[in-house]
Ligand binder design. Structure first.
Ligand SMILES: *[C@@H]1O[C@H](CO)[C@@H](O)[C@H](O)[C@H]1NC(C)=O
Ligand SMILES: *[C@@H]1O[C@H](CO)[C@@H](O)[C@H](O)[C@H]1NC(C)=O
Length: 469
């Protein structure tokens, strides 16, 4: 679909072969590896100069077609030669992949990179299973800085089933959109501040829709939108460079033996409210996506004091077996735990911080999140159960625009009676190795790549969608 994909296709073929082999050897939980297909694509090019931000939407991206089950999704930022770019140069705030239906073939105009989400009556966002307010956090895949070392592979016999001709509305086609938000931090005065979208570093007083910033809004996505500029050190000048998001999709053709998973995204900022208050232009309802962590000013005397704990309760409409889960946090994150109504721990997902310089190991950045793979049937959530989500951040320094998101994949029990009596086995720990090398892994991601709130203007100033694209 994109012009440059040809050379990549060639590269991809090589890569696919490698991935296949590695997949089979790396992923022992996978009984069906031979049927898994993979393809590597790259996004349209984007250019970044020192301190610049790109936050674009690409509609109608290359994506596997037909009735399929998605098994994983990886991504990373690369340059024109395919070299991995470290987060210390280009911070990947997030990439997010959404599904949508559209009436007619997308025009060339519609597939051009745009700063804001496309809106048209011919266009229906086909979101995940919830549970935020409509249009918020509806993506299927999405990660940020942690993308290189986050395992999001969906084990057999499960998959995210898409492209089902019976589910696509009559007269519509299914397509995918990609949103990439990247911040170039070369030469900036405050690298963490730029990645945390501190408003004063961006010298902005209005958000991307030319609305004045909310009072006391000191940092977050409304200050680091497309084509903003973070403050540079005196005298810094540098060349722009061309970058891409390289993404790899792993899938299987649909067959009866595949068990579909439901994709839920939980947000620790969720207020639980679901109706839009029309009188408030900012409608602080439901999932806020971002929050701030105040600095601990009193000094830290004992363990635990330097940790900010944020909690939210939410109800899962339709329960089942937990198949996979993973959290998404930003720098400073200290893990997220999901608890059941009875207090049982469902999953704890912990960040891994880089310790070096090379891509995938950048000091101070979250370069991976651990994911949970309970033996199917061993961890269940009941429909209507109230869960507690707890997100921890280190507050030795304050943070703006952080996130506490949690991706939860749930499936209907396969053979209820058999599974309920089935205990996790000895060696096959429910937790697949926490941090497998990213290149080897299939990341199906869903994460929230750091950040993704999109307030989309729908005609009226006060009618926004809070999208984590
Ligand atoms: C900040 O923005 C104002 C206008 O919005 C502009 O006049 C000023 O030069 C900017 N400052 C910097 C350092 O870019
Ligand atoms: C990250 O870099 C540090 C410092 O160079 C090194 O000791 C460590 O082994 C690296 N980690 C990985 C996973 O490569």
């Amino acid at each position: 679909m994109y012009r440059h994909s040809r050379a990549w296709l060639l590269l991809s073929l090589l890569w696919i072969a490698t991935v296949h082999t590695q997949l089979i050897t790396q992923t022992s939980v996978d009984l069906n590896a031979g049927k898994i297909k993979s393809a590597v694509f790259k996004s349209p090019a984007f250019t970044l100069g020192h301190g610049q931000v790109q936050d674009k939407f690409y509609y109608g991206i290359d994506f596997p077609k037909g009735h399929i089950a998605l098994k994983g999704f990886d991504a990373e930022v690369v340059d024109e030669n395919g070299n991995s770019i470290p987060l210390s140069e280009t911070y990947l705030h997030h990439w997010v992949v959404d599904r949508f239906y559209h009436k007619t073939s997308l025009t060339e105009e519609q597939t051009k990179p745009i700063t804001k989400r496309l809106h048209s009556s011919d266009f229906i966002l086909a979101g995940n299973d919830g549970i935020c307010q409509p249009h918020a956090l509806g993506q299927y895949f999405g990660l940020g800085s942690e993308t290189r070392h986050t395992n999001t592979f969906i084990p057999d016999p499960y998959g995210i089933v898409v492209g089902d001709p019976n589910k696509i509305p009559e007269g519509y086609e299914e397509s995918w959109l990609l949103n990439v938000h990247a911040i170039d931090t070369r030469g900036v005065v405050d690298s963490l501040g730029c990645t945390e979208c501190k408003c004063k570093l961006y010298n902005v007083t209005e958000d991307q829709y030319h609305r004045p910033l909310r009072e006391n809004y000191i940092g977050g996505l409304h200050c680091c939108y497309d084509e903003t500029q973070c403050q540079l050190k005196e005298g810094v000048q540098g060349q722009k460079r061309t970058l891409y998001l390289k993404y790899t999709v792993h899938w299987m053709d649909w067959e009866e033996s595949i068990v579909p998973v439901r994709v839920y995204i939980l947000d620790v900022t969720d207020t639980g409210e679901r109706s839009v208050d029309q009188s408030s232009s900012y409608s602080p309802i439901g999932c806020q996506v971002e929050y701030n962590v105040p600095q601990c000013t009193a000094g830290i005397h004992s363990s635990g004091e330097g940790i900010d704990i944020r909690e939210a309760h939410m109800v899962i409409p339709q329960g089942g077996d937990v198949i996979y889960s993973v959290a998404h946090q930003h720098t400073g994150g200290d893990g997220i735990t999901l608890y059941g109504q009875d207090g049982r721990e469902i999953c704890t997902s912990l960040p891994r911080y880089g310790k070096g310089r090379e891509p995938g190991n950048e000091t101070g950045y979250i370069v991976g999140m651990s994911s949970c793979y309970p033996e199917p049937g061993s961890v269940q959530i009941h429909g209507g159960e109230t869960l507690k989500l707890q997100s921890k951040y280190n507050k030795e320094r304050g943070h703006t625009g952080v996130m506490g998101l949690f991706y939860l994949l749930i499936a209907d029990p396969i053979h209820s009676s058999a599974l309920y009596s089935h205990q996790p086995e000895q060696g096959s720990s429910p937790h697949v190795s926490r941090f497998l090398p990213a290149g080897l892994l299939i990341v199906f991601a869903l994460i929230a790549g750091l950040g993704f709130v999109y307030f989309i203007k729908k005609g009226k100033e006060d009618d926004y969608e809070n999208l984590m694209a």
